[in-house]
Design a protein around this ligand. Structure first.
Ligand code: AMP
Ligand code: MG
Length: 321
């Protein structure tokens, strides 16, 4: 009888261990800051092995920076500029370039992953920012050289989410990764409420609004306030219109994209910024894989149908015209 009781107790304990109970709401996350990809990143990870997970994510991000930096000595873009061919790359690296090319085609070339010479000429890659001459611009626009700066942080967020999901022994990865404005959520928030992500006010302190997202998502913002210089009273920002060679002037101050795929979210945020509200809305109507929030230079806010935005007044962009 006693043995039966013990057996029942062991079975009960086993059953409890097997249920996929979410992490305790009270469990404190492990937090880590790092400087990577030219920006400050903040990792917040929950779970039993959060400290090791955080180290692994940091290592992955640093490795992706080395591989994809536009200027890094032995990075893929640098090697291709120096004359290496795509055959010398790993399959994964070729896939990233292939996906970048597909995203460029999808956005009518407004996301253009081969603008290295142009960004460098303007000085947005670190050197002496200045307005180039028309002749310099024409020459730089002729050159097609890889720069995945507009998509790689999104890709990195997605890789980090995959890594954490693989490492979660209970299948319940849970993290909030802020990769310098690119937000990657992983799994559900421990207390069961949606993740809340603030959209920065592009023209001052505070926020333009707050988004609610569920599960694993990428939330990526491109804005004219993120990197810029001023010359003769004019602001020149880092998102270039591949057609003109100049910083895009589409009436937008920022665009935020919410998408399950990080690289797509990042490339689309840049593309929508170049396209502006009207053409960006057209691209959204042709798609089913993302939502967007447009903040205009005037301060007006537009959000596509289905996006959970609060904390500001905004107009909803409907799927049907
Ligand atoms: P993001 O902040 O994601 O919008 O990316 C901007 C960065 O991508 C810039 O700093 C440039 O290195 C590069 N870039 C600028 N304009 C474009 C563009 N139209 N398409 C792709 N990359 C761009
Ligand atoms: Mg981008």
């Amino acid at each position: 009888m006693r043995r039966l009781g013990l057996l029942a107790l062991s079975l009960l304990l086993l059953l409890c261990a097997c249920t996929n109970a979410p992490p305790e709401p009270t469990t404190a996350p492990v937090e880590q800051d790092l400087f990577c990809m030219d920006t400050v990143m903040h990792l917040k990870i929950w779970g039993a092995h959060a400290a090791e997970d955080s180290e692994e994510v940091a290592r992955l991000l640093q490795q992706l920076e080395q591989t994809w930096s536009a200027t890094g000595e032995d990075s893929v873009p640098s090697r291709l500029r120096e004359g290496d061919t795509v055959d010398s790359l790993t399959e994964e690296q070729r896939t990233v370039l292939q996906r970048a090319a597909e995203l460029s085609a999808r956005t009518g070339g407004t996301f253009d992953p081969e603008l290295y010479a142009l960004s460098r000429l303007w000085g947005f890659l670190g050197e002496d920012p200045h307005v180039p001459t028309q002749q310099e611009l024409a020459q730089a626009m002729e050159l097609r050289q890889w720069d995945l700066g507009a998509a790689i942080k999104g890709y990195a967020g997605q890789c980090a989410a995959e890594l954490l999901t693989q490492r979660a022994t209970d299948g319940q990865a849970c993290a909030l990764l802020n990769l310098g404005g690119n937000i990657q959520t992983v799994g559900d928030k421990p207390d069961g409420t949606p993740w809340k992500i603030a959209i920065q006010n592009p023209r001052g302190d505070g926020y333009a609004g707050t988004l609610q997202v569920h599960g694993t998502m990428s939330v990526v913002t491109s804005g004219d306030y993120q990197r810029y210089f001023e010359e003769d009273g004019t602001r020149y920002h880092h998102i270039l219109d591949p057609k003109t060679g100049f910083p895009a002037k589409s009436g937008l101050a920022s665009v935020t994209v919410i998408c399950g795929d990080g690289m797509t979210a990042d490339a689309l945020s840049t593309a929508l910024f170049v396209l502006g509200l009207e053409k960006g809305t057209e691209l959204w109507r042709q798609s089913t894989d993302f939502g967007a929030v447009f903040v205009l230079e005037t301060g007006e806010v537009y959000a596509t149908e289905g996006v959970e935005l609060s904390g500001c007044s905004f107009q909803v962009i409907k799927r049907e015209k």
